[in-house]
Design a protein around this ligand. Structure first.
Ligand code: ADP
Ligand code: MG
Length: 640
């Protein structure tokens, strides 16, 4: 008998969710209202995130590639996710890789790490695309046509890393509906949005990374309150700790050699997995001398070996709680994610740390992919029950503009919920300024030089106007995927420009971490230098404006007024280049005071003149508007 598989040719393409992990990746979909993982063609559910390139140009993905990594590590890329969005000269690139890297020949090439595998150059985006292609094929085997995909990313991924992930999806021929934060995906898999309100921590211990996230569910809307973790902490560290102990038993000595280390690591991982369900295991291991030895490993021994590793997660958890401004007791639930949370010791540690039993009944390997599938299903409009699950993520670092003196004006502070936007008006600092230099930066420090430069552009073609008259409205928009678009418009003339900021790849979680730490460490120092710069800019501005006014409006001075003003000018000029912000500030106020009455008379005359051609109301708003501005963008000294 022949069985025909019948399917509706009009059946809509099915959306899928993908967990693109550092160690393992997997794909899931919703079937009959429930999310399920789609198995790999080799039968397993997890596809190891490993890609091997052989001399004939063949690409091998998954478990088979991982096996080949033992014999040809340089031609097998593992943990490509760690390199996503990183530049060639990124210090992390060197630290992470035992790979051969191609030297960049152009600035464009320098934006991404490039591996050399069997004479071929590939980028992390291409490597990830190979993994995604494999998952797509698996999904197509089951669904025939795949509609769109939701791919998950760590909550701390920055613009560049998110863009790189999207690019990988497109390269794999997938329509990326949305990127979704991994912890939010896990919360969706547990259906927590049905509770409407609550505060949750997501504890994700994978192969090589640890992430912790505090999520707030507010009237059915998820918000990431804080994220933290350690990008060099995970199950691999447990394997190494146990392997050391096994190598001792194998009599390996100080330099055991590549082969023996490999054997010990493989045995350690298998032992660790086995000890999840039993309390002891007997192993037969090769010895250095060529014989074999038997070793018994108990769960207690494993626990003792991994305790220092697991305890390091506690530091990050406490910090994440502090960042979110909450206490462990405020949490309504803790979710376990990542293969390493199967380890019983990890579970009990988490329970003790947070003071409540964590949610762990969904397979921690699958939970993120299942949540992604649910989100894809909602976005594709095929899910009737989950009305509108709104997912809100946050900016990992503040976004701002460089203003006069190199000071950063933050338009969107860190941890702002996205999608979001901000608008701010700036004015010209110098007379007849015909352009603005706009420098968009990301980071917590007060000075642009200490932040990460995202984009520079110039707004030109503004007609010459007196200082303070041109009004530049800058808008920042961050979309649901965390990508930033910047617009700038000079209001009086309507001159306008927009840029999509696709930051050069190259900022990793460790740098985000480092930048946050630096901001904390340098906080006071930064504020002091910011204050000094601002006072100096203000001093220069008021000095220039006063000198100019003395030249044009001297006829409005009353007896003795000029002397008082000139004294104040001299006093301010004397300290304006100094290092005491409070002193500069006091003298600025002195000059302000000395010119106050005269400024009023000048204003009256300016309005009287302006009224000749305009309505009073317009003039008043102009004046008010110009006075309300406090930040000045750097003058652009180019053309007009
Ligand atoms: P990632 O998110 O980094 O891709 P995973 O969540 O897939 O990583 O976790 C992989 C880690 O989980 C590996 O270190 C693996 O050894 C560990 N792991 C998987 N199953 C078990 C188990 N039963 N017991 C202990 N550790 C496990
Ligand atoms: Mg993971």
């Amino acid at each position: 008998m022949t069985l025909f598989e019948i399917f509706d040719p009009k059946a809509a393409p099915r959306p899928i969710g993908i967990d693109l992990g550092t160690t393992n990746s997997l794909v899931a979909r919703v079937r009959d209202g429930r999310p399920v993982v789609i198995a790999d063609c080799d039968g397993g559910k997890l596809v190891p995130s490993a890609v091997h390139y052989d001399e004939s140009g063949r690409v091998v993905v998954g478990a088979e590639a991982l096996k080949l990594a033992a014999s040809s590590p340089r031609d097998t890329i593992v943990s490509a996710k760690r390199f996503m969005g990183r530049g060639a000269d990124d210090p992390e690139t060197r630290r992470l890789g035992t790979y051969d890297f191609a030297a960049p020949a152009t600035p464009e090439e320098a934006k991404s790490v490039r591996f050399v595998v069997h004479g071929r150059v590939v980028t992390p985006v291409e490597v990830s695309a190979e993994i995604l292609r494999r998952l797509r094929t698996n999904a197509e085997d089951e669904l025939k046509t795949v509609g769109g995909v939701v791919i998950t990313v760590p909550a701390y991924f920055d613009d560049g890393q998110r863009q790189a992930t999207k690019d990988a999806g497109r390269l794999a021929g997938l329509e990326v509906l949305r990127l979704l934060n991994e912890p939010t995906a896990a919360a969706l898999a547990y259906g927590l949005e049905k509770r409407q309100n609550g505060l949750f921590a997501v504890y994700d211990l994978g192969g090589g990374t640890f992430d912790v996230t505090v999520l707030l569910l507010d009237d059915g809307v998820f918000q990431v309150k804080s994220t933290g973790g350690d990008s060099a902490l995970g199950g691999d560290d447990m394997d190494r700790a146990l392997a050391h102990r096994l190598l001792e038993a194998m009599g390996a000595g100080a330099s055991p050699g590549h082969e023996l280390v490999r054997v010990a690591l493989d045995a350690a991982r298998a032992t660790k997995h086995a000890l999840t369900d039993r309390t002891e295991l007997d192993l037969e291991l090769p010895t250095r001398g060529g014989g074999t030895t038997s070793v018994r490993v108990t769960r207690d021994e494993l626990d003792a070996l991994i305790a220092p590793i697991v305890e390091r997660t506690g530091v990050a958890c406490r910090r994440a709680l502090r960042d979110a401004g909450v206490k462990a007791a405020d949490l309504d639930g803790v979710i376990l994610v990542g293969g390493s949370t199967r380890v019983p010791y990890v579970r009990s540690y988490v329970q003790e740390l947070f003071g409540k039993e964590p949610l762990g009944d969904i397979d921690p390997d699958e939970v993120v992919a299942l949540g992604a599938a649910i989100q894809a299903d909602i976005l594709a409009g095929s899910r009737e029950h989950a009305s509108d699950v709104l997912l809100l993520d946050v900016l990992p670092l503040s976004l701002g503009l460089e203003t006069m003196g190199g000071v950063v004006e933050k338009l969107l502070p860190r941890n702002t919920t996205i999608p979001t936007g901000a608008r701010q008006t700036f004015t010209t600092y110098a007379d007849h300024q015909t352009g603005f230099d706009l420098h968009v930066v990301q980071g917590e420090r007060e000075l642009a030089a200490d932040c990460r430069s995202l984009a520079r552009f110039v707004l030109k073609g503004i007609p010459p106007m007196p200082a303070g008259m041109a009004r530049l409205e800058v808008t920042f928009r961050v979309d649901a995927d965390g990508l930033l678009a910047v617009g700038a418009k000079e209001i009086t003339t309507g001159v306008e420009q927009k840029v999509e900021v696709k930051p050069s790849y190259g900022l990793g979680d460790e740098e985000v971490e480092a930048m946050l730490l630096a901001a904390l460490e340098h906080g006071e120092e930064d504020l002091a230098s910011r204050r000094l710069i601002e006072e100096r800019v203000e001093a220069d501005r008021i000095l220039a404006a006063t000198r100019k006014a003395l030249a044009s409006d001297a006829d409005l001075l009353e007896p003795g007024e000029r002397e008082r003003i000139e004294t104040a000018v001299a006093e301010l000029a004397e300290v304006a280049r100094g290092t005491k912000p409070a002193l500069i500030h006091a003298r600025v106020e002195g000059l302000d005071h000395a010119t106050h009455a005269w400024a009023g008379r000048r204003m009256d005359r300016a309005i009287a003149t302006a009224i000749a051609g305009k309505q009073v109301r317009d003039v008043e708003t102009d004046v008010a508007g110009a006075q309300g501005l406090d930040a000045h963008l750097a003058a652009h000294h180019g053309d007009g």
